[in-house]
Design a protein around this ligand. Structure first.
Ligand code: DP6
Length: 600
């Protein structure tokens, strides 16, 4: 593309003279217009923003051709040529994009940042700028004849994409985006057709959300109701092929009550967490005027299921609340980050709003508006990193995380020390992930898990989530790493006895043989290892003999092999819905279809 955009930053751009431009319009003149934003539907100009006291920066288009294409793909500023064809817009030196179209209100030059590309655009943007200047610049849609309309209709991308398309959230920033979609955080582009049942409308949406596994743990709140943490935390989002929650939400004037089904069983919807989450979503939606107001008077049906055992202590609440928040946000056509809304359900849920490696900044504001999750690196950043989840117990934990952290905060003196240490650990962990330094990553992961369980034991009365088997796994990992001369495996434990092992793909087969050696399955091995294929190698007999650990058949129930994966997805196929056309679950508690589903 023959573009030589001006790469001057906002601060380097020449100052606009404050003198009236033309004496002829003196008196009515309101100040210079200066730069204006060329995003369709955006009316920001430097002069207007200055007059209104709005802090807006105006950026030139990037010089780097790859990044430029990404900007153009998202801005979708096609122009109508004289012969009625839509032609791609070619930015000139004077063209600007204002800071309001970037997440966080500021352009960021790091390719892994959300604000690397513009992603926030006006709803229902129309190309309506028809000033003389914009006409010259080729920005306006001129009076279009019927003939021209027909010509453009044939050339423009037709309709929405096929229903089978899965939208990832946030959309990957480094690849081309289909031109019909504009903003990764703008759900208005997703086609969610209304369903009609016996003449009554039902608005519905089905999404999936992932589980995340923290490597720097969240433990302790500074505000209970707002779910604000005492420290920042970092996690990896796990691949939804192995672990995910799927949720269908529906609203209709025909529903009599708010209802919720979890794995086929009806649960209470009037819990504080769910009500807080719903209130926050509705409030945000009202502020953004994102959907018809009457929708809020309609009752809500929610149906959710996990593709892994819910009681197995595998962060199901994180995936569950993330999926609920995400599905409703898409249904209500909310824009922007909603990790703070998911947080109201369960703290760790906010990290499940993004794929790859995610940080939850603890924030400092009293209202919690800066306590949000953001992606550090996408799942493609470290493809060799794999995860083995060793399920030791699938029983529900005796002290839930919420109650456990409360006791710790109130009684543990060690906890004060932890809160002082975590900020440095966050920095070190971010750097280890950035450099893909597994040895350091493993050390920090294990130390942080150990510290979490140490503060639990330091609580009064003490809380112990790990069992003898958990401790034997810890011993096995340390002995193995010692024999290998470096950290080959890292363990981490949440509020339960199940171990999550991080390791590099090429070591999976040997670690699997190590686990099988000390914790042999009672049943068939094929059923013991689930998820990604593990491969197999014979365990080095030196390793087996030097690790001092008794064999414990059946102590580990099964293993899930997975890897980091993407954030929540929207499923638009009708068959994916968990609710039938009347808004009731399609499946029973065993996942079998109920007899009457009329929409398939
Ligand atoms: C040990 O998010 O379940 O998994 O905010 O009270 O719902 P609440 O707690 P929750 O806590 C998870 C704690 C942890 C560590 C982590 O995931 O960071």
């Amino acid at each position: 593309m023959e573009v030589k955009p001006d790469i001057k930053s906002e601060s380097e751009a020449p100052a606009v003279s404050s003198a009236p431009r033309s004496p002829r319009i003196h008196g009515r003149y309101k100040g210079p217009t200066g730069d204006f934003c060329c995003v369709p539907g955006c009316t920001n100009s430097r002069g207007k923003c200055n007059r209104m006291g709005k802090q807006v920066s105006f950026y030139t288009f990037p010089r780097d051709s790859k990044r430029l294409k990404m900007w153009l793909d998202r801005i979708r500023l096609d122009v109508l040529s004289e012969d009625g064809h839509l032609v791609p817009f070619t930015p000139k030196n004077h063209h600007r994009v204002c800071s309001e179209h970037f997440v966080g209100g500021k352009k960021v030059d790091h390719p892994n940042s959300e604000a690397y590309v513009p992603s926030e655009f006006p709803r229902n943007a129309v190309r309506k700028r028809t000033t003389k200047r914009s006409l010259e610049a080729g920005l306006a849609v001129q009076v279009v004849t019927k003939k021209q309309k027909k010509a453009t209709a044939e050339l423009a991308p037709k309709g929405r994409p096929p229903f089978s398309v899965k939208y990832r959230f946030p959309l990957p920033f480094l690849g081309p985006v289909p031109i019909v979609y504009s903003a990764p955080t703008d759900h208005t582009y997703i086609n969610l057709p209304s369903v009609m049942s016996q003449g009554v409308v039902m608005e519905t949406c089905t999404c999936t959300a992932p589980v995340n596994m923290a490597v720097i743990k969240y433990w302790g709140k500074r505000h209970k109701d707002l779910v604000l943490p005492l420290n920042s935390s970092i996690s990896a989002t796990l691949d939804q092929k192995q672990l995910r929650t799927k949720t269908t939400v529906a609203i209709s004037p025909s529903f009599e009550d708010d209802r919720l089904w979890l794995n086929g069983i009806e649960e209470r919807v009037d819990t504080v967490r769910i009500q807080n989450l719903l209130a926050e979503l509705r409030q945000r939606s009202i502020e953004q005027q994102s959907c018809p107001q009457e929708w809020f008077s309609w009752k809500l049906h929610v149906c959710s299921e996990n593709n892994f055992p819910t009681a197995a202590g595998l962060a199901s609440s994180a995936a569950g609340y993330a999926c609920l928040a995400f599905s409703l946000a898409v249904l209500y056509r909310l824009r922007g980050d909603i990790s703070d809304i998911a947080r109201r359900g369960s703290g760790s849920a906010c990290r499940s709003m993004y794929g790859g490696f995610v940080i939850w900044d603890k924030g400092t504001k009293a209202d919690g508006t800066d306590s949000i999750a953001r992606q550090l690196y996408p799942e493609t950043h470290w493809p060799e990193l794999h995860i083995l989840i060793l399920v030791v117990s699938d029983q529900k934990k005796h002290t839930c995380s919420t109650a456990g952290m409360e006791v710790t905060v109130e009684t543990s003196s060690l906890m004060k020390q932890r809160i002082r240490l975590v900020p440095d650990r966050i920095k070190e962990m971010t750097s280890a992930i950035e450099k893909r330094d597994f040895h350091k990553f493993a050390e920090l992961t294990m130390k942080d898990s150990n510290q979490l369980h140490a503060v639990c034991l330091d609580s009064y009365p003490p809380i112990s989530y790990m069992t003898d088997v958990s401790r034997q796994i810890v011993h096995m990992v340390h002995e193995y790493n010692k024999l290998k001369g470096q950290n080959k495996v890292a363990y981490t434990f949440d509020a339960g006895p199940n171990a999550c092992l991080y390791l590099i793909e090429e070591d999976v087969a040997e670690v699997v043989s190590l686990v099988t050696h000390f914790f042999p399955p009672i049943g068939p091995t094929e059923e013991f290892y689930t998820g990604l294929p593990t491969g197999s190698v014979a365990l080095d007999q030196v390793i087996a003999s030097q690790i001092n650990l008794p064999k414990q058949p059946g102590a580990i129930k099964y293993v899930i092999h997975t890897k980091p994966g993407p954030g929540p997805c929207v499923l638009t196929k009708k068959v994916d819905s968990l609710l039938d056309i009347s808004g009731h679950p399609k499946y029973d508690t065993r996942g079998e279809p109920k007899s009457v589903t009329t929409d398939q």
